[in-house]
Design a protein around this ligand. Structure first.
Ligand SMILES: [Zn+2]
Length: 155
């Protein structure tokens, strides 16, 4: 195993310059351990840092907690790309289909995700909103009412 750590050998290390775990060439070895490595991407020499110790993951996760949840924007982008429906200006008097793209003067572009009576759920870039529409009762909604209630016998 100490044979792995010889000058000139290649190993994965975290590079503080590239801010990523990349291939490095060992340039100095101390006590059978890697002491200094050279990044094969940017060529900078720095002490060996195990990829698992990379500060990257923790920092970016903390950053994501503030502002618009990235999941909403990401799913909006994905839905917009996949949307096959017509692009139309949003009005309360219109009926929509799942997958339709609506243009709202305030919220921008959105994708219809779900239909319900006189309403539809539209995913806009920053938020999912329940919007008024002229949609009629759907069979799907009726199905949810068929909840089984066992009759309890009372003495
Ligand atoms: Zn580098």
């Amino acid at each position: 195993m100490p044979d792995l750590y010889t000058p000139g050998a290649t190993l994965a290390s975290y590079c503080p310059t590239c801010k990523a775990s990349l291939a490095h060439t060992i340039t100095a070895v101390a006590d059978g351990k890697t002491a200094e490595v050279t990044c094969t991407t940017c060529g900078s020499r720095h002490p060996f840092k195990h990829p698992a110790d990379a500060p990257k993951a923790r920092a970016s996760r903390a950053k994501q907690r503030t502002g618009t949840p990235p999941s909403v924007a990401a799913s909006w982008e994905a839905r917009m790309a996949a949307a096959s429906g017509e692009e139309q200006v949003y009005t309360m008097a219109a009926t929509y289909c799942v997958g339709d793209i609506v243009l709202h003067e305030q919220f921008g572009k959105g994708v219809v995700l779900k239909l319900s009576t006189k309403k539809c759920t539209v995913l806009f870039q920053n938020k999912e909103r329940l919007m008024a529409s002229a949609n009629e009762v759907l069979q799907e909604l009726d199905a949810s009412r068929h909840t089984y209630r066992p009759t309890t016998h009372q003495a």
